[in-house]
Ligand binder design. Structure first.
Ligand SMILES: [Zn+2]
Length: 250
């Protein structure tokens, strides 16, 4: 069966000429901008300067300096886990996206060994930078994601899932230390063999969302009637079931 587009390079060719593409938290660029001269690409990050790229805008992902409904494609490639106010950021993404716009998200699965090791490495490097009195302290993962949490964030803002995939672990946060990285990968493989667990598969998630409109696709019904099993969303500690009249209490 044919797969829906999931990768940035699969989504970009589906866009019409002149479409605005926003590379949010771009770093040095989430894809090769030069390959898409037909698209209007804006690169946004809290760090960096305009001197290297003409399309660069220095801004926070929580306050995007673009007009409402302007974007046809927003790329958030390994970004959301670093954003302090991720709900505000998602509000902003939803605001700048026009109807039917695509939103690409790559995030780590916070329950995995890779994400935990990454957080430990972040913490160590933060202590080292502080002790060396470097002005810039590396900001690590400040958000923890599950598949469900990401879906709720997107669905609450009118997005629907078009495609998703599980993504393995590369332990790439150690890439600056080639030898250490290779030793770690060997150790993790060994640990996997002895514990019969796979510490490489399903470490991250990639999503392709599409903006359907201004309605939520998510519901939360925490109250369940002990007799009829009906589910309700109102807040109460003691309540009478609107469906069968049974008194429920906690
Ligand atoms: Zn009931």
């Amino acid at each position: 069966m044919k797969r829906n587009p999931i990768f940035i390079e699969e989504i970009l060719p589906t866009l019409k000429n002149g479409s605005l593409v926003v590379d949010l938290g771009s770093g040095t660029g989430s894809f090769n901008y030069n390959k898409y001269p037909n698209l209007e690409i804006v690169s946004i990050d809290v760090e960096g300067t305009k001197s290297k790229r003409s399309n660069f805008v220095r801004a926070s992902a929580e306050n995007i300096p673009l007009r409402t409904d302007a974007a046809y494609f927003v790329v958030a490639n390994w970004v959301l886990e670093h954003v302090v106010n991720v709900e505000t950021c998602a509000d902003e993404i939803s605001r700048i996206c026009c109807s039917n716009a695509s939103w690409y998200v790559a995030i780590p699965n916070s329950s995995t060994l890779e994400d935990r090791l990454c957080r430990i490495t972040d913490a160590i490097s933060s202590i080292v930078s502080k002790s060396r009195r470097k002005t810039k302290v590396a900001k690590g993962h400040v958000q923890s994601f599950t598949f469900q949490r990401m879906l709720i964030i997107a669905y609450q803002r009118g997005f629907r899932l078009i495609a998703f995939c599980d993504w393995g672990a590369g332990y790439t946060f150690l890439r600056k230390f080639d030898k250490l990285q290779r030793i770690m990968i060997k150790l993790i493989k060994l640990l996997g063999k002895t514990t019969r667990k796979d510490f490489f598969e399903k470490s991250n998630y990639l999503f392709n969302f599409q903006k359907i409109g201004g309605v939520t696709g998510y519901g939360n019904f925490p109250l369940i009637c002990r007799r009829c099993g009906g589910g309700f969303s109102f807040k109460a500690s003691i309540w009478t079931c609107p469906r069968c009249g049974t008194l429920n209490g906690r």
